[in-house]
Design a protein around this ligand. Structure first.
Ligand SMILES: C[S@@+](CC[C@H](N)C(=O)[O-])C[C@H]1O[C@@H](n2cnc3c(N)ncnc32)[C@H](O)[C@@H]1O
Length: 243
């Protein structure tokens, strides 16, 4: 199934999509769990390894790359498609360990119930302290800024990407939408431009995919593009800097 448009789901489709019984937890090649949405026929992460993908694309090639050339004690990250929060958890764990203040906003039109997130097993990849605080505050962070710990704030923006508005500007955008095959509108010039509006000059846009259209869109916005080796199962991914 193709999800057409940011708001293009009919109410019935949205209801179906929302239902947790449309979601299945499945094991990926590295032993970590992802979610399979049976309505749209798409996984939330790579079947070659959810944890490996998240660590490679967003942590190593995103956050750590960004921190390579600068000594930052405060960081703001905007994620498009918070999903089950794996990218958030790995980033928050890194920031907690390194004493970096993290302000994280995750756009998510269909926040998952915390009872479902609890079943992902992501507790094993971060500190217990972070996990239990995350689970306690997760649902409260929908449209509210919640302190997860002394280093980290989370807000889930409960809206579609194109409806997202904020005065805040971010250092990094994690663009983790469903693939263009299933959700082409998320990769349109309009969507990418809208997301990039919230990026600071010098900020980083990172995603697991790389297509000619995406490169052209970012170049048109004046970004510098880098092709980076992808996670297992993907030859390349894209990283771009806002000039
Ligand atoms: C590939 S999954 C993200 C996985 C997630 N980052 C994680 O670590 O679990 C894509 C996410 O985008 C969300 N999504 C769907 N339509 C969207 C839209 N128009 N704007 C923002 N997010 C959307 C989906 O609900 C889903 O959670």
């Amino acid at each position: 199934m193709v999800i057409n448009g940011q708001n293009g789901l009919s109410e019935v489709q949205q209801d179906e999509y929302f239902q947790v019984n449309a979601l299945q937890l499945v094991e990926t090649a590295d032993g970590s769990t992802t979610i399979f949405n049976t309505i749209i026929g798409e996984h939330y992460h790579s079947r070659h390894g959810a944890l490996q993908e998240s660590r490679h694309v967003f942590l190593n090639e995103g956050l750590l790359h960004f921190l390579n050339d600068q000594d930052k004690s405060d960081l703001a990250i905007l994620e498009v498609g918070l999903g089950a929060g794996l990218n958030f958890l790995l980033s928050a764990d890194f920031c907690l360990t390194h004493g970096i203040n993290l302000n994280y906003v995750g756009i998510e039109p269909f926040p998952l119930p915390s009872s479902f997130v609890c079943q992902t097993g992501y507790v094993h990849y971060i500190s217990d302290e972070l996990w239990y605080s995350f689970i306690e505050k997760y649902e409260l962070s929908v449209n509210n800024v919640m302190s997860i710990n002394k280093f980290c704030q989370l807000q889930i923006a409960h809206c579609y990407l194109l409806a997202f508005q904020s005065e805040q500007r971010f250092d990094i955008i994690y663009f983790d939408a469903f693939s263009a095959i299933h959700q082409p509108d998320m990769w349109s010039f309009e969507s990418i431009e809208h997301a990039c509006r919230f990026l600071k000059p010098g900020g980083l846009f990172v995603t697991y995919a790389i297509t000619g259209h995406l490169k052209r869109s970012l170049k048109k916005m004046g970004f510098s593009i880098e092709k980076v080796p992808g996670p297992p199962g993907k030859r390349e991914m894209l990283r771009a800097t806002k000039n």
